[in-house]
Every structure is written in C-alpha cells, then in structure tokens.
Design a protein around this ligand. Structure first.
Ligand code: FAD
Ligand code: SF4
Ligand code: SF4
Length: 402
C-alpha cells in the first residue's frame, strides 16, 4: 500500500501553507476537504487525483480487491450482497427514502459511534454544503438530501482528533472516501465506519446554477433533483410539484463544460472503499440500491432491517448498443429537439436496460466519456489514473481515435 508517515511534527507546517499551494491536484481538485486540514501532509498519497490506489485500499478495507475475472466486480466493486430496499416510512425531505440518514441515526443512538461526519447546508443557500460532525439525531436529519455540489466533507477531520472521539461514522462520496481511507490510521480512532453513496457528474456551486438555469422551468424553487432510472431528470419544487426533463433533451451543448474536471476524470462511481453503499441506480424505480461490501457494512445495515422492505436485484435488457451509440453524442454535446428526446426516452424506458443493467449503462457511459477526457486533457496520467477495472469496462467499446 502507498504508505503515509506519522504526522506529529507537520501540523504547523501544513497550516502555514499559502492557500494557493493548498490544492496540489490543481484543476482536478474535487474540494474533498483534506487540504483544509493538517492531513494535507498526506495529500500526495491520499488525493484521488494524485495517486490512484483503489485496489490496495480495497484489500485493506474489505480483505480483497476486485476479482477481474468477475464482471460484476468490475462494475460494482467488492461486495458480499446487493439488494433493492426502501423504508416502510420514508423520511420527509430525504433524497430517496432516507436509508442513509436512518442508518446514521441508529448508529448514533445505539452508541455504535460517537459522531457522524455528514453535510448540512448553509442558512443562506440550500445547496451550499456545510460539513459537520453530527452528535445528535437532529443534526443527522438536518444533513438529509443531496447537496449536489462538490463538498469539503473531510474539512472537519481535524475536529475528530481534537474531540478525542474513538468511534466515528463518515458519510461521503468516492473521492472523499479514497482520501479518508489513506489517512484512516492517522485519525486516532478505534473504529471507523464508512457509509458511501455513488456519485457522478458533480459540479461547483456556480456549475449547479448553470445546470438549473438551463434545464429547469423554475431554477430558484428547485429543492431536490435526481437523474432517474426512467431516463429523465426529476426536479422537485418548493410547492411540492415535480418537473421531468428527458436526458436526451438536456442542452448538452451548453452543459458540456459544467461538470467539474475532477468528476470528468473520476472512475469511482460506485464508492469502492465504503463498507456499505446506498444509491438507487441498480434498483427498480422508487427503490434504493444497497451494496454490502464487508462485515462492517452488514453490521450497519442490520440496524435498520425492521425499518425497510427489501427485494433481490434484477437485471434486464442489453445496454451495449445504447452505450456505443451514445458515445459520439456525449462527445460532441449533441442536443435533440424536445419531441425527439421525449420519444427516445419513452422507447428506451420500455425496451431499455433495467436494474443492474441500467447501472451498467450509466457506468459504461460515464467511464467511456471520462476516459476520453483524461486521454485528451491529461494524457500523461491516463495509464496510472484509470483503474484496471475501468480499463476492462472501457475496452468493451470502440472510442473515437483522438
Ligand atoms: P438521505 O437520508 O437524504 O441522506 C443523504 C446523505 O448524503 C446525507 O447524510 C449527506 O450528509 C450526504 N451528502 C449530501 N450531499 C453530499 C455531497 N455533496 N457529498 C457527500 N455527501 C453528501 N446514486 C446513484 O445510484 N447514482 C448516481 O448517479 C448518484 N449520484 C449522486 C451524486 C451526488 C453528488 C450525491 C451526493 C449522491 C448521488 N447518489 C447517486 C446517491 C443518491 O442520490 C442518494 O444520496 C442515496 O441514494 C441516499 O439516499 P437517502 O434518501 O438514503 O439519503
Ligand atoms: Fe486536496 Fe482533496 Fe483537492 Fe486532492 S481533491 S487536492 S486531497 S482537497
Ligand atoms: Fe468526487 Fe467522483 Fe463525485 Fe466528482 S464524481 S465528487 S470526483 S466521487
């Protein structure tokens, strides 16, 4: 494993760094928050954009890395089980049914952990992230729903060590968790639990505004949105109304540069290093998708078994032609007229990929796009930055030569 040295003497030095030198990944920085702390000392090994070492970290966290003879491992990472689940009583205002917030709350109230790293929003702006260490169920619930922007979740790590906490839950997305796993041993914890969500196409706060302004009929009233399995973006507005926009009708020509360079270079969609992952894309519409990676993840899920119903994951359809066809469209930023986009959405929804095959569709589409992005913009990083499992996925397709 890429090792990190003890940090005792380095805190002051790290704090003294000028802000301009505090983002060694430069334009690829995803603002994970590590560099806002004295753990910046470990940035070279920890930053997902400077050192890609997912396989080693998987072996340390889960006891093994992906088995490249098993395509399910390429796609979904190391796992013991997968299922679809939803809460009997969804948490109002949660992103989906609130399984993430429920697990975190149970872990805190049962004293499995003393604090939970999660992200609330600022008072002025519902989408501006404010990372916190929650110590009460109310503080966890105040962090429910996605802040769909880059979020410096790890900026609170210094407070963990200072507080003397020994058992901690961290909720986060892939790039945050890769950095966390690298510095895990330096945090002085007896037990660290990691609850991850999948993540893709993230944006800066300014990028989010551009996305809302170009896509929604009423950008200022959007409280929540998601790219759903029915190939539409679903916006929820303050008055409770819903608005849907087909993926194929997105103004991709205007949105081409909206995604952060970090996210155009990211190959950890499924949060490989979390103990337990809660998303939606491998589940039927309306259900959440659960991936248990190790025993610790199972222990966390067990806490909410009486609050959820589950069903096995399914896989239907064949994504490959749709992915191959979408590569030039993604690449050139083609936008279809709305009538054609709606028609395409309806046809794909009827005959297209479902369940795990939908998840593969989404992973394939993003990995091929991101592979081309890294090849064109950071060719010197391509070989080391793209993990082996992602190369297997991308190699299934014919990509433009340049
Ligand atoms: P809730 O109970 O509402 O809790 C949400 C949790 O997310 C909170 O604890 C909060 O701390 C945390 N959080 C919110 N914003 C951020 C952020 N910016 N960074 C880190 N943590 C955050 N799932 C998929 O299957 N496919 C996707 O493509 C996908 N993209 C995502 C993109 C982003 C930026 C995020 C944050 C999540 C994404 N997810 C995706 C996960 C999915 O949208 C839900 O977050 C997940 O299913 C949990 O739903 P819930 O109702 O249980 O969460
Ligand atoms: Fe630092 Fe995180 Fe940015 Fe990397 S992604 S440079 S670790 S803040
Ligand atoms: Fe981080 Fe990847 Fe999500 Fe971007 S897409 S915020 S790099 S996990």
């Amino acid at each position: 494993m890429t090792s990190v040295a003890p940090h005792d003497a380095t805190h002051k030095k790290a704090r003294a760094l000028k802000p301009s030198s505090r983002r060694p990944a430069k334009e690829l920085c995803s603002e994970c928050g590590l560099c806002d702390t004295y753990y910046i000392h470990y940035v070279k090994a920890a930053c997902a954009f400077l050192t890609q070492h997912i396989a080693e970290l998987e072996a340390a966290a889960h006891g093994r890395s992906r088995n490249l003879d098993k395509p399910d491992d390429w796609y979904f990472g190391v796992h013991q089980t997968m299922m679809a689940a939803r809460k009997h009583e969804p948490i109002p205002g949660a992103q989906w049914t609130g399984i993430v917030s429920s697990i975190a709350t149970q872990m805190l109230t049962s004293s499995m952990v003393e604090g939970v790293v999660c992200v609330q929003n600022t008072e002025e702006d519902r989408f501006q992230p404010k990372p916190v260490i929650a110590r009460t169920p109310e503080e966890i619930l105040a962090a429910r729903v996605n802040k769909p922007t880059l979020s410096p979740n790890l900026s609170v790590l210094e407070q963990v060590e200072q507080s003397g906490m020994k058992r901690l839950l961290v909720i986060g997305v892939g790039c945050q968790i890769q950095a966390l796993r690298t510095v895990e041993k330096q945090l002085g914890l007896e037990k660290l639990y990691v609850l991850g969500t999948p993540c893709v196409d993230n944006v800066t706060r300014a990028g989010l505004q551009k996305f809302l302004d170009t896509t929604s009929r009423s950008p200022s009233t959007v409280v929540h949105y998601e790219f759903m399995q029915d190939f539409r973006v679903h916006f929820k507005h303050e008055d409770g109304s819903t608005e849907t926009v087909p993926f194929f009708g997105l103004k991709t020509n205007q949105l081409k540069d909206v995604f952060a360079p970090s996210c155009m270079s990211c190959f950890d969609y499924v949060n490989s290093l979390a103990d337990l992952v809660v998303g939606y894309m491998g589940a039927p519409f309306g259900w959440q998708w659960i991936v248990v990676r190790n025993d610790r993840g199972q222990e966390m899920l067990d806490l909410v078994q009486d609050q959820i119903e589950t069903q096995p994951v399914v896989s239907q359809g064949d994504r490959r032609q749709a992915v191959q066809n979408s590569i030039p469209a993604y690449d050139k930023g083609v936008t279809l007229p709305m009538w054609a986009a709606k028609l395409m959405g309806v046809v794909i929804e009827r005959v297209g990929p479902k369940g795990l095959e939908y998840a593969r569709f989404s992973i394939d589409s993003h990995f091929t796009r991101n592979y081309l992005y890294v090849k064109r913009n950071h060719p010197e990083k391509l070989e080391s930055h793209v993990p082996e499992y992602a190369k297997h996925i991308v190699n299934q397709y014919t990509l433009p030569k340049s």
